[in-house]
Design a protein around this ligand. Sequence first.
Ligand SMILES: Cc1cc2nc3c(=O)[nH]c(=O)nc-3n(C[C@H](O)[C@H](O)[C@H](O)COP(=O)(O)OP(=O)(O)OC[C@H]3O[C@@H](n4cnc5c(N)ncnc54)[C@H](O)[C@@H]3O)c2cc1C
Length: 503
Amino acid sequence: MRSEHPIKRIVVAGGGTGGWMAAAAIARTMGRAAQVTLVESESIGTVGVGESTIPPLVTYNRLLGINEAEFMRATNATFKLGILFDGWKNGSDRYFHSFGLTGRDHWAAGFQHYWLYGRERGHEASYDDYCLELVAAMDGKFAHLPDNGMNYAYQLDSTLYAKFLRTMAEGDGAVRIEGKIAQVELDGESGDVAALVLDRGDRIEGDLFLDCTGFRALLIDQALHAGFDDWTHWLPCDSAIALQTENVGPPVPYTRAMAHDAGWQWRIPLQHRIGNGLVWCSRYLDRDAALDRLLGNVEGKVLTEPNHLRFTSGVRRRQWYRNCIAIGLSGGFMEPLESTSIHLIQRAVLRLIRMMPLGPVNPSDVAEFNEQQMQDMLQIRDFLILHYKATERRDSPFWRQCASMSVPDTLAQKMELFRETGRVFRRNEELFAENSWVQVMMGQGIMPRSWHPIAAKLYDDDLGRLLTTVRDGVVRTVATLPAHGTYVARYCGAATNAATGTD
Ligand SMILES: Cc1cc2nc3c(=O)[nH]c(=O)nc-3n(C[C@H](O)[C@H](O)[C@H](O)COP(=O)(O)OP(=O)(O)OC[C@H]3O[C@@H](n4cnc5c(N)ncnc54)[C@H](O)[C@@H]3O)c2cc1C
């Protein structure tokens, strides 16, 4: 029997991580209520980076019914428990932003208040010692624990992830068209996108268009001019080089972000290789010097030619404009310091599915979508700026610029509140919870001047018992965990991909 409502024709322009994450999720969730067509061009290719993720991707994959071990095997993935930051506070420090909880919170006061009070009472253990994920990561250990006892994400090969999702999407009825989009045809009356015209002349019509064309932003920018908010003032890095190297040892369950005098370097261990990259500000470092620096600081034999990228930090002012939604790099970009781009794709896709219009696009859906998506982006923006602003580094013009820049009021207020009181509040379903802010603020050198008085309710013995119990629990659990590399090989070893060099 035919449905009384017309089937939605959803056209996805672009087949990178953004395009295939969207196509796979919509095809699987909407079934016959939507016809998904994806156009991509092999000759243009994808951006070829984007390997480090954050925990919500675990949920995304589960929502889509993806078998974890199968997905990890197909993408040469490893587990990730957080990010190790080297040299961000003063050049020779290190701190870890873990995905776990630290200690035990009281409803009125986070664990940091007890830890701060404990320091005053002579307890010298590091804040890090109270977090299972952090200690496990630094010991190179991992296992799935009952009741989601370890919070984790993945380090994966993004090209293979897109390929994996493509198989899934096509299995669910999405149609892929190979071809180069030569023109975005607008409806003369409404100004909406009417069709994509390929260079060989085919017209692909649709009701809703997803711009997943990466930095080119063919629909949302080049055709619809949805506007762009430039955030370079706060996030001045504008260049990156990526290259891959051979593994030199078992993969560690974390990503590294190593600060240098004009930016930072990433190291992301997968099963079969390491992803490396340098992010920098072109005002202070030229391309050749950047490449020398990266090559001088990688481990293992270099496997690929350097992939040079330029970007402008900022976001599309309207993520959903007319009948077009920007998903992925076409919607904006913030550097990958906290691995948030794939997450923003996930948020946009799930949000769109929740707001899928029955008939024509509804302006209130558009307004709601844009407000929610922008809220996510602003919160992530503030969190990233924190890494640059809260630093004691003054050893280069780059770091002096970062330390002296003005920051958004929302961030200034958060930093000040923490400095004065040790308090952090999570607002509006913010991605980064209190513990993330606490770890990064303290890691970057903001040490609270006071703590919640409720901590002093504990007598010294009780405080000692609380701190010792949590710490001992962490040590005991970590001692039972296998080495991360061993666990990955057993759970989802991708020996076949590695042997054939599939990439
Ligand atoms: C240096 C760097 C490091 C990053 N690291 C991370 C990270 O660690 N974690 C993370 O979450 N994110 C990271 N990202 C972001 C991540 O790479 C992207 O969010 C993700 O890959 C999605 O990209 P995309 O699909 O939007 O674009 P792309 O991968 O560029 O895909 C664009 C698609 O559009 C197609 N296309 C373009 N023009 C046309 C045309 N005319 N006709 C037909 N098809 C066309 C292309 O062929 C391609 O299929 C990083 C980004 C950069 C720049």
